[in-house]
Design a protein around this ligand. Structure first.
Ligand code: MN
Length: 140
């Protein structure tokens, strides 16, 4: 179950909830994602679950960055102009403010990460264009 290359829905975290369909942000995702807030709102933490092939649009966290803690499955993180980075459980990604990026599942794998918003005055997210199929299909 914890084999990080096996990423059926069965292999999702037993520790953190999958949550509900992420309807509020669906417009900024390709594919189905789920969102489970962790703790209360002061923590700014959620467990995000991506079905295979699901990824968010390119986006920027302004003022405050974001930290991703990978929990289950296999996914991808990419910064604009850089090579994509394959993600496995236990990987931690520190995203600096103002860096354009996306994150999501591998094409053949469910994926879960905890997303932590780094607190900052006036922090916001700017959602940009989708990660198109041509870019996504080039991932190893
Ligand atoms: Mn992000």
């Amino acid at each position: 179950m914890t084999n990080d290359t096996v990423a059926t829905e069965e292999g999702l975290s037993k520790l953190f909830p999958k949550g509900d369909p992420n309807d509020a942000y669906a417009q900024f995702f390709i594919g189905q994602s789920y969102l489970a807030p962790l703790g209360d709102s002061q923590l700014g933490a959620s467990n995000v679950t991506f079905e295979p092939g699901c990824r968010n649009n390119w986006h920027i966290h302004h003022k405050g960055g974001q930290v991703l803690i990978c929990v289950a499955g296999r996914g991808w993180y990419q910064e604009w102009g850089k090579d994509p980075q394959e993600l496995h459980p236990g990987d931690v990604v520190s995203i600096q403010p103002e860096v354009k990026h996306w994150h999501g599942a591998a094409a053949d794998s469910w994926f879960q990460h905890i997303a932590l918003a780094v607190p900052a005055e006036g922090a916001s997210a700017e959602w940009l264009e989708p990660v198109d199929d041509e870019t996504y299909s080039k991932l190893a």
